[in-house]
Design a binder for this molecule. Structure first.
Ligand code: ATP
Ligand code: MG
Length: 358
């Protein structure tokens, strides 16, 4: 029996991934990589929503992010790495799905609204910016996955993707309105209705303590940051607390990091995190500086093996390895996506013969 599928991915808006990606999505990808047939997509076309004037940057970021995937332990022998711009079926499905989504519903999408605000896009963003939310439905559905490991910020997008799949199956595949989502595929729908799988920490705040940690907001600790940079960034966090005996807010950014990176280290880590938080809330002689140092150690011990693996991918040889991995994965991915497109076209009565482009 074939394994159920996973699709998820990252946009190459920066040279690498950060701790938010790790706890929000990468950990799940690593954990599920054996059980599922995984497709990991680099959304390089979507990077042009904000970087249209910087094609060289998008290209370098694409390579950087795949290096991080390899450094974290995503395995191209077990999983398929997909380059969005080389999967034509995704672009075609985007157009078809755009017909099923009310314009105002896309524009009201809370993830888009938050991004426009956080990235200070004002009203100058391109048409392609809201389009990316529609495109993301196609990224996902092209692979007919059951599960999409993402951070909390993506839940609204996944909901939209589910809506598209439900509507498609009902309109074109004769699936009744009362059929529950989990039975759509069995009832003849082209698309299984995918579910979001949010990570251990759904929304890790950035070191600014306000926004979510984000590649584009200058508030991220990157997986490739060296030990000193990690510590320097942690030291920048401000909590407004004046002394080790002042009771602190047990849910501020520092404590969220304690939960994520000290608490995440097995039962001992969980006990230590609980103790820190208790003493912090009580103002029991525990300073922010001390906590930052302890956090620095925990985060650096998590990141050190990744840094070492990433170092083996430095330079042009590393780039060549990455490009090879992407090419091979994308070829595999195109087989699945083309199959999906032809199923979708048949359902939409658009099947006027085999696809011949030559
Ligand atoms: P950008 O600022 O360009 O939007 P990003 O940092 O938000 O970049 P994405 O490529 O948009 O990164 O997101 C990739 C995946 O990582 C998504 O599943 C997203 O939900 C998850 N993710 C991103 N940031 C966080 C975070 N701070 N906490 C948890 N998950 C996150
Ligand atoms: Mg994002």
């Amino acid at each position: 029996m074939s394994k159920p599928r996973i699709l998820t991915g990252d946009t190459p808006t920066s040279t690498g991934l950060h701790l938010g990606h790790y706890v929000g999505s990468l950990e799940n990808r690593l954990r599920l990589q054996g059980e599922y047939d995984c497709y990991f997509l680099i959304a390089n076309v979507h990077a042009f929503t904000t970087l249209a004037e910087k094609p060289d940057e998008v290209r370098a970021n694409t390579i950087g992010i795949v290096k991080d995937w390899l450094a974290v332990g995503l395995d191209p022998e077990r999983s398929t790495f997909v380059l969005q711009s080389e999967v034509p079926a995704i672009a075609e499905l985007t157009f078809l799905f755009a017909m099923l989504l009310p314009f105002n519903k896309v524009m009201r999408n809370p993830t888009l609204k938050t991004e426009i605000e956080a990235k200070q896009l004002g009203d100058s963003y391109p048409f392609g910016f809201p389009m990316y939310a529609v495109g993301q439905c196609a990224d996902i559905l092209a692979f007919r996955p059951e599960l999409v490991p993402v951070g909390e910020d993506q839940e609204a997008h996944i909901e939209m993707c589910r809506d598209v799949a439900l509507k498609f199956n009902q309109l074109y595949c004769g699936v009744g309105n009362r059929v529950p989502p989990e039975e759509h595929a069995k009832a003849g729908g082209v698309f299984p209705i995918p579910r979001a799988k949010v990570g251990r920490v759904g929304r890790l705040p950035g070191i600014d303590g306000v926004q979510k940690m984000s590649k584009s907001l200058g508030n991220a600790i990157f997986l490739y940051d060296d030990a000193r940079t990690v510590q320097k960034k942690l030291n920048k966090i401000t909590t407004g607390r004046q002394s080790p005996t002042e009771p602190g807010n047990p849910s501020n950014v520092l404590m969220q990091y304690v939960d994520a990176f000290i608490g995440g280290q097995g039962p001992e880590g969980a006990a230590r995190a609980a103790e820190i938080k208790r003493r912090y809330a009580a103002g029991d002689n525990i300073g922010d500086g001390h906590i930052k140092a302890e956090l620095g150690e925990a985060i650096n011990s998590l990141l050190e093996p990744m840094r070492q693996r990433r170092a083996t991918l430095d330079g042009p040889e590393g780039d060549a390895r990455v490009i090879d991995v992407i090419r091979r994965g994308t070829a595999r991915a195109n087989q699945v996506a083309e199959e999906t497109l032809s199923l979708a076209k048949r359902a939409m009565r658009l099947d006027f013969g085999a696809r011949t482009l030559g």
